[in-house]
Design a protein around this ligand. Structure first.
Ligand code: NAG
Ligand code: NAG
Ligand code: NAG
Length: 467
């Protein structure tokens, strides 16, 4: 994780020419807040409604403290990732915040293969991201992973809060013997926070169990049960600001595969990621790069304060420190993709034709700019999805820009995703000839991007998030 904010901004800029709606999406961050009609500041620094107000919504730069929905509280759970149903994976474009129905929110194209879930990355996509619906406010999180390989290809297992506190394991595809550990406090860049750890066998060929043991007073990173790094909160005190630069706010678990090595990324990112991505690589199978995930477990620790029997977290102040986190009984759910924390029932489908909600939703779709409802759907670049046949994934719903119908557009490939029968893990020798999803996307991507940009473009901001 290098320089989250700067690179995120760079990515937004890089893709702006393709993003038809780009200029009309209000920006937020760096002291500027969202306007009332698009009140929620996404993790990508853009304002919208609907999913913008759920996971990743930044309370500091949203319209007010009510705009972001409270977040589902930590829930101790084990997941064997052998199907997408039993762990409850749902596309971001269909998730309305109910953590009782959904454990993982996805973007991109996860598929099941044997007893694991593959995070795939086909040409001209920005890969796949799984985010826990439940937040963790201190806990022990384990995941068994096989990373991807190849220049510019990054596999990540991180915790990230809406205030941009972050605890990371990252794997760069040119170095199969190293796990990079890192942490951030409120997204503040500090190049001394990282630490590279030797792993005793190839991270792509072998399952390793990676663990983040996050307590109020210390963080331990572990690999296969061995502690490889410890960070003490006491050692993060900043004399100037008089605060601990220590991750301390409720965070989502995120697993991802993303392209650090895209030409549109910042030079520093490309270099860190080991160079540009080769989209015709021996490490691809069935037309995509992949990382494998299985056996995720989350064990929640008692919160440092507040009622652990509550059901959601929210912030009492935009300072975003531990003492401003509140555990309440507030609802975490929005009624539709037009709703916000300020107006959570907006657009909610109603059996009786209640005039209020229906007239609101139809009037928003006329006239000027309708607020965006799924972060990263516009102006970003999950370009391949717009061209690829089978991987419409989240992108299909993007163009809706606030229309409820968007949420009906399921990530069919995701929900029903099964490992392609021809998939072979390991050698990667046949990648070039692959005919599946990624294959068709390679041609004339610019056309596809332009044509599809209003409807595609999910994941680029996901990638931005991961930087
Ligand atoms: C949560 O509920 C409390 C108590 O009703 C209320 O004061 C607070 O504003 C709510 N917070 C959010 C973010 O909705
Ligand atoms: C969330 O989902 C559960 C399980 O399907 C359901 O019982 C509950 O009513 C839902 N909550 C809301 C607020 O929709
Ligand atoms: C402490 O915080 C200030 C202000 O953000 C920053 O300029 C400085 O580099 C920090 N010091 C350390 C040791 O990180």
């Amino acid at each position: 994780m290098k320089n989250t904010l700067t690179y995120a901004a760079a990515l937004v800029a890089a893709f702006a020419p393709f993003g038809l709606a780009q200029d009309s999406i209000p920006k937020c961050g760096d002291g500027s807040q969202c306007p009332e009609d698009a009140p929620c500041c996404s993790q990508y620094g853009q304002c919208g409604v609907g999913a913008y107000c759920l996971g990743g919504c930044d309370p500091k730069h949203s319209f007010d403290l009510q705009s972001c929905l409270p977040a589902p509280i930590c829930k101790s759970q084990d997941f064997s990732m052998d199907s997408l149903d039993s762990p409850g994976v749902r596309s971001q474009s269909r998730y309305l915040g109910n953590g009782s129905e959904t454990n993982w929110v996805s973007s991109g194209q996860p598929v099941t293969y044997q007893d694991s879930v593959l995070l795939t990355m086909a040409p001209n996509t920005v890969g796949t991201l799984l985010m826990s619906a439940h937040y963790v406010w201190y806990g022990k999180i384990k995941a068994s992973l096989k990373t991807s390989q190849g220049a510019g290809v990054v596999t990540a297992f991180i915790l990230m809060s809406d205030m941009k506190d972050e605890i990371d394991f990252e794997f760069v595809g040119t170095n199969m013997k190293t796990a990079e550990t890192n942490y951030y406090f409120q997204g503040i860049t500090n190049y001394n926070n990282g630490d590279d750890i030797d792993v005793d066998s190839d991270t792509r060929q072998n399952w390793h169990e990676y663990e983040i043991d996050w307590k109020p007073e210390s963080i331990q990173w572990k690999i296969d049960g061995n502690t490889v790094r410890t960070l003490n909160r006491d050692d993060t005190y900043n004399d100037t600001t008089k605060q601990h630069n220590y991750p301390q706010t409720p965070s989502r678990v995120q697993l991802s595969l993303w392209p650090g090595g895209l030409p549109s990324n910042g030079e520093g990112t490309i270099e860190w990621a080991g160079g540009l991505v080769d989209w015709d690589s021996e490490y691809m199978q069935n037309g995509y790069y992949y990382a494998s995930v299985k056996d995720i477990s989350v064990e929640c620790y008692d919160p440092p304060h507040g009622d652990k029997n509550g059901n959601s977290y929210y912030y009492s102040s935009t300072t975003g420190t531990e003492d401003t986190v509140v555990i309440g009984d507030n609802s975490t759910v929005i009624g539709s993709m037009q709703a916000t924390g300020d107006d959570p029932d907006k657009g909610k489908p109603q059996p009786s034709s209640d005039s209020k909600s229906s007239s609101t939703s139809s009037s928003t779709s006329t006239s000027t700019a309708t607020p965006q409802s799924v972060p990263g759907m516009s102006g970003g670049g999950n370009a391949g999805n717009s061209g690829g046949s089978s991987s419409s994934g989240d992108s299909g719903s993007a163009g809706n820009s606030g229309d409820t119908s968007g949420s009906a557009n399921d990530n069919t490939g995701v929900q029903g995703g099964n490992g392609p029968t021809t998939f072979e893990q390991g050698t990667g020798s046949d990648s070039g000839s692959s005919s599946s999803s990624g294959g068709s996307a390679g041609t004339s991507q610019a056309n596809h991007v332009v044509a599809g940009s209003a409807v595609a473009l999910l994941g680029f901001f996901i990638a931005a998030l991961m930087l």
